[in-house]
Design a binder for this molecule. Structure first.
Ligand SMILES: Nc1nc2c(ncn2[C@@H]2O[C@H](COP(=O)(O)OP(=O)(O)OP(=O)(O)O)[C@@H](O)[C@H]2O)c(=O)[nH]1
Ligand SMILES: [Mg+2]
Length: 460
């Protein structure tokens, strides 16, 4: 398939309202297809064709008439349904389901090793049950002369399983590295805030609005959408990898991470394949759940539910709901939406990432919702060691006051609890070495070497 290939999109719903084809058409466009016609049906699932057989004939005629190169179906098709529908269509016309389409988009956008591995993993997970089905068919039909086929399929199945476990290992290693990096960043006094939400909600736009100029991520050059001069695009899944930038919210040093958008109705194997992408959400100190407030209430509700479903099991952080794009909504409408969605989105912050309206209120909220820092006051005998501890405290916390009394220094600061603990331990060492300079020399040596082992990345 090449860009701008004409396609027909089709969708079946069990009954009731006619099918909404907006999202599948947007997804098709995001993958680079040209949607030339749509077709929907309201009826129960047909085992052989998914749609009614008559509807498939209609589809075939529509494809012939429009010259479509593929049919994109917004339903979960079984392998046999895919095969049967294909059999009715003109020669060479592909049948693509929702998940294959999403994978195709991800494949196009995957420009980091991690994203590529995740796409590969999802493709293999998609293929595995299909290979298993083939194997069992081949076994059932096993006759002399067909042995070769059966053996081939079986080995394909084994091959897929081996590849899956190899990719999982590599992804685990990447996830470990990222976890270590998160911990290092926390130790350095940063709070980790993640932007999450449905695709196209405006996460990347808001990220640019909140972020300082400084990039701290690893793949900036691979994320053209984070270039401050580049526009976010009005299409689905603009962002696939995660990118981290520094943001100044006042007293706290925040690292803000932009993430892949959520979307409804994804099978678990696809969600799982992208799970480690969402680790930066699950393991954040605070999650900003971004919602497009310019959409109708029903749609906002559905997307909020999808977002909460995705966060539900693994998220550890407090969530702040951000109603974005308020430049497109008047006050009365916004109030009505806030009321209607109160249970799903309590006490939201309403902003426009595009115009910057109310973004100050959002940074205040970030400060208020981040886990509390503790206050601490250290009294140290004046020495070189004490001075290096004071400068360590400056690096890792927020110093309120620093006072010298000739023989002593008093430093008052706030910091995350782990940092306060470390500062106390260090202060103990400083005092011990002041009391007994000789013993302290040996003492501080052992402390030094210990800290080299346990905290290789910090304060050296
Ligand atoms: N009017 C208006 N448009 C906005 C606002 N924020 C974002 N947009 C537009 O919405 C579209 C999507 O914005 P993105 O920032 O790319 O959205 P995203 O959530 O990062 O999307 P994915 O990366 O696909 O998950 C773009 O066309 C933006 O210009 C806003 O506050 N007001
Ligand atoms: Mg984005």
């Amino acid at each position: 398939m090449t860009d701008e290939d004409p396609v027909v999109v089709a969708k079946r719903v069990d009954g009731g309202d006619s099918a909404d084809l907006t999202e599948i058409a947007d997804l098709a466009a995001a993958a680079g297809y040209d949607v030339v016609a749509t077709l929907s049906q309201s009826r129960t699932e047909d085992a052989a064709y998914h749609f009614g057989e008559g509807k498939i004939d209609e589809l075939a005629a529509l494809v012939a008439e429009t010259g479509a190169q593929a049919v994109i179906v917004d339903n979960r098709l079984g392998p046999y349904q895919t095969y049967n529908i294909g059999g009715k269509l003109p020669e060479g016309v592909e049948v693509i389901d929702r998940f294959t389409l999403i994978l195709e988009i991800f494949g196009q956008r995957a420009n980091t090793r991690k994203a590529q591995l995740q796409v590969e993993l999802a493709e293999l997970r998609y293929e595995l049950p299909r290979a298993e089905a083939k194997t069992s068919l081949a076994k059932r039909d096993e006759r002399p002369g067909f042995m070769g086929l059966g053996e081939y399929d079986e080995s394909r199945e084994q091959d897929i399983k081996a590849q899956i476990s190899r990719i999982k290992q590599e992804l685990d290693a990447i996830a470990d590295k990222e976890e270590t990096r998160r911990e290092q960043r926390r130790e350095s006094g940063f709070d980790l805030v993640a932007l999450a939400g449905y695709t196209n909600a405006g996460k990347s736009t808001l990220m640019r609005r909140l972020a300082d100029d400084l990039d701290v991520g690893e793949n900036e050059d691979l994320h053209p959408d984070l270039d401050p001069t580049a526009e976010s695009e009005d299409r689905l899944f603009t962002t696939l990898g995660t990118t981290t930038r520094r943001a100044d919210t006042g007293t706290r040093d925040v690292l803000l991470t932009d993430t892949v958008g959520f979307i409804s109705d994804l099978p678990h194997w696809l969600v799982e394949s992208f799970e480690s992408t969402l680790d930066s959400v699950y393991r954040a100190d605070l999650v900003l759940l971004v919602v497009d407030a310019s959409e109708p209430i029903a749609e906002m509700r559905e997307k909020l539910v999808t977002s909460h479903d995705t966060l539900y099991e693994r998220n550890e952080a407090p969530i702040v709901t951000v109603l974005n794009k308020i430049d497109r909504v008047d006050d009365t409408e916004l109030d009505a939406k806030r009321d209607a969605l109160d249970a799903l989105a309590p006490n939201p912050v309403c902003v426009s990432g595009l115009t910057g309206e109310n973004v100050g209120e959002l940074t205040d909220r970030i400060e208020a919702e981040l886990p509390d820092w503790r206050e601490e006051r250290l009294l140290l005998p004046l020495s070189d060691e004490a001075m290096s501890l004071v400068s360590w405290v400056y690096d890792h916390g927020n110093v309120r006051d620093e006072e010298y009394t000739g023989e002593e220094v008093i430093v008052e600061f706030t910091a995350r609890p782990a940092i306060v603990e470390r500062a106390r331990a260090k202060a103990g060492d400083v005092r011990a070495s002041a009391e007994s300079p000789h013993a302290a020399a040996a003492d501080s040596k052992s402390v030094e070497s210990e800290s080299v082992e346990s905290e290789p990345s910090v304060d050296r």
